[in-house]
Write a protein that binds this ligand. Structure first.
Ligand SMILES: [Zn+2]
Length: 255
């Protein structure tokens, strides 16, 4: 990795039903001294190891919404951090409802009785466009609400040295707020679940990319089970004439 690039490593690509080669959607942003997990499903510790990221180097977690396929990995992530010896405070950023659901799950595990458990620093992200989330000298991350059946944010990550932008929409249907989030993105990672309420088809993702003037479209949260990712890809390509591809688990995007 050159010192000017930031990496986003895809740890999972599937919509709600995963298969052996497509875990539920989650990813890790690596800008050298800042490493953030984004959404949390499957076994994040094992996926991070395979991606070459040390669990103990994680600086925090951003959750986009509280649907199970985006947060069910949180209890085991926190337990693994604790067992590996993390004592330093661990931040979790997300919409208020997401944080409330995570706290509720952890309360059922009676986590306040786990000895020497690190402080979890819940940081609520308001549902307003272009809300700053985290930044350092290399990268800045902002969140904007998108349109799903529950409160949800999409993320816009900017490499502050090169000005390049990567956007992750999370789960959303077509809406002008998605175009706003994705405006002029170099890499637009857009959900493409298919014809389900609250979600996007391949054509929807293509239209968002076109209207936002994105340079490259990457489809994620597609259905490897009970769906046809190749048909979704074809649909997107019919609308958006720039490069379009399906994300794959462990693929790395540099920006
Ligand atoms: Zn969802």
């Amino acid at each position: 990795m050159s010192h000017r690039t930031v990496r986003l490593i895809i740890l999972g690509t599937a919509a709600a039903i995963p298969d052996p080669s497509h875990e539920n959607v989650h990813m890790v942003l690596d800008s050298g001294d800042l490493k953030l997990l984004i959404d949390c499903s499957g076994s994040p510790a094992s996926r991070l190891m395979r991606a070459g990221i040390d669990l103990m180097d994680l600086d925090g977690l951003i959750v986009t919404h509280h649907h199970p396929d985006h947060i069910y990995g949180v209890p085991i992530l926190l337990m693994n951090l604790w067992l590996m010896g993390r004592r330093e405070s661990f931040p979790i950023y997300g919409p208020q409802k997401s944080l409330q659901v995570i706290k509720g799950i952890m309360d059922l595990y009676e986590w306040d009785s786990w000895p020497n458990f690190p402080h979890i620093d819940f940081r609520q992200i308001p549902l307003e466009p272009d809300t700053p989330v985290v930044s350092n000298q290399v990268v800045s991350i902002t969140a904007s609400p998108v349109e799903h059946m529950v409160p949800v944010i999409g993320l816009r990550m900017t490499n502050r040295r090169t000005g390049q932008v990567l956007v992750y929409t999370s789960d959303t249907m077509r809406d002008p707020c998605v175009v706003h989030l994705a405006r002029d993105a170099d890499i637009l990672i857009h959900e493409a679940t298919g014809e389900y309420f609250g979600h996007s088809t391949g054509a929807d993702a293509g239209l968002d990319a076109l209207e936002a003037n994105a340079k490259r479209l990457v489809l994620i949260h597609y259905p490897p089970v009970r769906g046809d990712p190749q048909a979704i890809l074809k649909e997107a390509k019919e609308v958006f004439k720039g490069p379009v591809e399906l994300a794959e688990d462990f693929k790395v995007y540099e920006f």
